[in-house]
Write a protein that binds this ligand. Structure first.
Ligand code: DQA
Length: 145
């Protein structure tokens, strides 16, 4: 069975309790369930990984080269996560960067992402819907095997 990697970086495991005025009230479990539901008809399973540290996220990428594609919210690692960027450069399938908030409407330090140039696409500012739209994009672009 094919699997989709859903990777979330630091501080995203506490969604629902994290600055809800910015990130909303949906939990990461809610988001993971919505993505799983969205890809179920295609027969894809979701490998959902959230880690607080860059090294563990890198391991998750290296351990999941056999997935068909990935959705990645790097959290603040977008700003200077060079090792994460290198790991994503070697991930052999399309992946989409998602941010719940519109990072360009926020502080200037959030305006640059070191991983974005490698992403197949970037979605920001649409809250949990962004993850579902990223899943939809992968459903439409990953060839049926
Ligand atoms: C975030 C935006 C980042 O700037 C921030 O550090 C996060 C969450 C988002 O989903 O909006 O942790 O990636």
């Amino acid at each position: 069975m094919s699997s989709l990697l859903l990777l979330n970086g630091p501080n995203l495991g506490i969604l629902g309790r994290r600055q809800p005025e910015i990130y909303g009230t949906a939990t990461l479990a809610d988001i993971e369930a919505a993505v799983a539901k969205r890809v179920a008809d295609r027969g894809w399973q979701v490998v959902a990984v959230q880690r607080e540290s860059e090294g563990e996220l890198i391991h998750a990428i290296q351990d999941n080269y056999d997935t068909v594609g990935a959705i990645v919210n790097p959290g603040a690692l977008m700003i200077a996560g060079w090792s994460l960027r290198d790991a994503l450069a070697n991930y052999p399938h399309p992946w989409i960067e998602v941010h719940l908030s519109n990072v360009w409407a926020r502080e200037a330090f959030r305006h640059e992402s070191v991983v974005s140039p490698l992403a197949a696409g970037v979605i920001a500012g649409l809250g949990p819907l962004g993850y579902e739209l990223a899943a939809e994009a992968l459903l439409r672009t990953v060839p049926t095997s």
